[in-house]
Design a protein around this ligand. Sequence first.
Ligand code: MEV
Length: 471
Amino acid sequence: MQRITVCVRQILPHAGAIARAVACKTISLPSSSGIPDLRQPLFSHQVRPYSTSKTDSTAPPRLSLRGDSIAVRQQKVEAASGLKTGSLGMPDPAFVDVLDKLGENVVGGFILPASVAPGFVIDGKEISIPMSTEEPSVVAAASFGAKLIAKNGGFKTYPAEPIIIGQIQLIRPEASPCTPELVMEKLQSDDIERFLKAHALGEVAKLRSMTDRGGGFRDGFSVRKLTPRMLVLEFRLDVRDAMGANLVNMVAEALAPKVRELTEWDTNFRILSNNASQRITRATVMLSPASLAFGKWNGDIVAKNIALGSEFALHDENRAVTHNKGIMNGISALGLSTGQDTRALESAAHFHARHLGINPETGEKRYGPLATWTLNSEGNLIGEIEVPTPVGVVGRLPVAHPGVATNLRILSGDNITSENLSSAMAALGLAMNLSALRALGTEGISAGHMAQHDRFKQVVPPSESSKGSLK
Ligand code: MEV
């Protein structure tokens, strides 16, 4: 029996929100690993399982692609995803006409690897995750992490409500008698709010159809004073399966003239906020130390080193940003392959992380890790992630871009929703982080990275690769 001190992050219900506390305690690591059921959902307000169908959590993942030729991988993924034979592979040259409609000044197509990371068991269902990235170790890390987590029963996920914030900037004209306080009171009154919402519904047909589909305005308006002559009015829209940026901008633009009329203040910017901290998806896993053992590495030591690496990111911003970059390696690759705005995903993730760390000297919150790893009292490794998921599965790209449509189908068959995609993103981020922390806490990151890069040398001799040209 070994005793170690670890930092344990606790989730506490606090004032209707989720608050975190960190406590250091000395625990005993058991020599064997009985795996209890996962704790009660940590985030019960958002529990909406990805799938209710169950897999045998002890069975190895059904789909494995390692060592196969490209043709065999294509056949296997087509069969597993219900895709027509020949759906995968290089696009038809005529595809450039579609790209011409999607982009500006198009001169061709720019191709990245289309990869698949199989073996993710998410809420009891096995899925494959499409990824597009220039970095081979990213897909290898995703598959490795997924397999390890599948052996331990898989991921439990809590997808986000698809809420987006819209903002209208208000400026006090020089001679206006209307104080900021008066404007705030007016815009937050029930009658005015009802009137403005009805006005937007009348003006924006897309908002009406979104409302018919169960989305639309959520909560009341909020108005904040930024300076004595500047306010911001914020509204929230549930955008269902859309990414929603255009809709929110249209609603802000429709509201602004009425807001100006009612307040006699000028309106300036009318735009969504890329702060997606209202759209947080969570995932949790639990791994037995035994499942982490490999080579000369004892599983308890591996689990302990992962927890210590997580604590490093909790207390050190320079480490946290690298920790989060590894998570986003996966999330952006899934985002790119499914036609998401990867810049929105990245900016929302790093903004959300701004309070997830703890300054060890002052105890104040600051930039920190999106995922954490702690040891529970039985010595099992608990992984938790929370990431903003501003994603959409309807609109231009899923319809017009055959690669995006195929990848959404690989991910979720006929049942693709923004919740499914959000769950897959959170699970993928956690798998990426597990693989990185396991490597960093044991044999180091270079061995795996360099093994992947050596494959490149088989295609391009060093003299060519140093010129940076594939011609
Ligand atoms: C490299 O692209 C990502 C890592 O640096 C992530 C990490 O350090 O956690 C390996």
